[in-house]
Design a protein around this ligand. Structure first.
Ligand code: AMP
Length: 305
């Protein structure tokens, strides 16, 4: 596996090492590192579907607000490289912040300079309410990475469903020549969605956090059972009931939305035989750690219906 740190090295690799570019395909998996089986599933999919697979590891400052966990975010490059090599990745791109943001990247938006991408209409709700500049940071770094790597296909996880909708809107409406693919959420044996931020929680709290999924799943079962519409109020009630026993949970949001537009809906029906998902139940929950009372971790999860 080649490990490259400079933009020019990746561009050079892509232009000189691949033979006839029309005959080969490049799959790309952007990550922030601290890799787990969720990342690995996207990498394996890329390996199956392409001739070359490029993975990036970059903890992107512009998607963190001042006071968020940029400094604390787990960085495990040594172990990550071992995993990537075992998966047969061709190129790891691991730039530093000044390589990606030559003009510097202060966390305060009004001090930032240079080009930034905002995807209006799908960035403001859900995650965007609590983290107003988050998707501006994500879209900006992903468009830079797509320009550098120039893949045929880029892979993202359903775990960050709004991110996928934002990026799909960006690449489509900016007429970019890249296909985006979404991989399913990988969960631990209790149902908890794998996340690099799970590292912040002790085992007991991780166990409690798995009830986030159990709440969403209870709502899914109810919707699948009912042949008629299930109202938004009933869905929210059911989820709240599942979560009520856990006083370590502070709910940021629970959403029942249209999958394409992310706008909230008043009811969901599973009436038709068409299995293509049309809705997304999503949530963000702060979980207080049992061992470290000052440690509160914000976890997100979702289910497609
Ligand atoms: P991150 O390193 O958290 O920025 O994630 C990099 C990519 O991995 C994103 O597209 C995520 O949606 C995806 N991802 C993260 N966790 C999971 C998971 N549990 N299952 C599937 N994909 C995931």
């Amino acid at each position: 596996m080649l490990t490259l740190h400079k933009v020019s090295e990746v561009v050079n690799w892509r232009k000189t090492s691949l033979g006839d570019r029309n005959k080969i395909s490049i799959g790309f998996v952007p990550t922030m590192g601290c890799l787990h089986e969720g990342h690995a599933s996207l990498i394996k999919k890329s390996k199956r579907e392409n001739d070359y697979t490029v993975v990036s590891i970059f903890v992107n400052p512009s998607q963190f607000a001042p006071g968020e966990d940029l400094d604390k975010y787990p960085r495990t490059l040594h172990d990550d490289k071992d995993l990537l090599m075992s998966l047969g990745v061709d190129v790891l791109f691991a730039p530093n912040a000044s390589e990606m943001y030559p003009q510097g990247i202060p966390l305060k938006v009004d001090e930032q300079k240079g080009p930034f991408v905002t995807v209006l209409g799908v960035s403001e709700m859900l995650e965007g309410k609590t983290r107003p500049n988050f998707f501006r940071g994500v879209a900006t770094v992903v468009i830079k990475l797509l320009h550098i790597v120039s893949p045929d296909v880029a892979y993202f996880g359903q775990k960050d469903i709004q991110q996928f909708v934002v990026l799909k809107t960006m690449t489509t409406q900016l007429f970019m020549d890249v296909r985006l693919e979404m991989g399913p959420i990988v969960r631990d044996s209790n149902g908890l969605a794998l996340s690099s931020r799970n590292k912040y929680l002790c085992p007991e709290s991780l166990n409690i956090a798995s009830n986030i999924y159990k709440g969403l799943d209870a709502a899914r079962h109810r919707i699948e059972r009912e042949k008629v519409n299930v109202s938004r109020a009933d869905i929210l009630d059911l989820i709240q009931q599942e979560w009520a026993p856990f006083d370590d949970f502070i709910i940021d949001y629970v959403s029942v939305a249209d999958l394409k537009t992310l706008t909230e809906v008043e009811s969901i029906s599973q009436g038709s035989n068409d299995k293509t998902p049309r809705y997304v139940l999503s949530c963000a929950v702060y979980v207080k750690d049992k061992m470290e009372p000052n440690c509160v971790v914000r976890l997100i999860d979702n289910i497609l219906i």
